[in-house]
Design a protein around this ligand. Structure first.
Ligand code: ZN
Length: 170
């Protein structure tokens, strides 16, 4: 198991040995997450299992798990989002091979040297798993609470008017 996550790995060689790489990666080490997360504290757990499928395609069974702090798209306050993604990746040499890859696989292209880093694999998986619109549960969202309060006040209004009307008559 490579201790340095930016060290290139050779998936085909790992698949021949049917290796599994398990580890943790710090969220703040993933450059492409900058601007997406409100906090870069925390880490991600990953498991990458290398093998060949029946069509002799090198495959990686990837499993990632972490918790991210994103911006709620309703109230713009921080929201904790649990991420868990399990996927099958298929290694393709050329872009035209992507079409022939079975649908259950996400295509992954290696460098010219046939290598990739754990960091690149894991970061890509994480980016694919981030929800486009992160939201608090409705009862915990500041914006929904505001909306509820305004709605509740609006509902109370007719009765308030009625009460004023009755008062005026007396
Ligand atoms: Zn919210």
């Amino acid at each position: 198991m490579p201790s340095d996550l930016s060290q290139p790995i050779n998936p085909l060689r790992l698949a021949k040995a049917r290796e599994r790489i398990v580890g943790k990666i710090q969220l703040n080490s993933m450059a492409r997450l900058k601007g997406i997360l409100l906090s870069h504290k925390g880490e991600l757990n990953y498991s990458l299992a290398f093998d060949f499928n029946e069509a002799s395609v090198c495959i990686i069974e990837s499993d990632i798990e972490t918790q991210l702090i994103l911006e709620c798209q309703r109230c713009f306050e921080p929201v904790e989002v649990d991420i868990r993604k399990n996927s099958l990746l298929g290694i393709v040499d050329e872009s035209d091979e992507i079409d022939s890859l079975a649908k259950e696989y996400e295509p992954v292209q290696l460098d010219e040297d046939g290598v990739i880093t754990v960091e690149e694999l894991v970061e890509e998986e994480l980016l694919l798993s981030i929800p486009l619109s992160a939201l608090h549960p409705e009862n915990k969202c500041a914006a929904t609470n505001d909306v509820n309060r305004i709605n509740a006040e609006a509902k109370r209004q007719p009765f308030a008017d009625l009460a004023a009307l009755i008062k005026d008559k007396n």
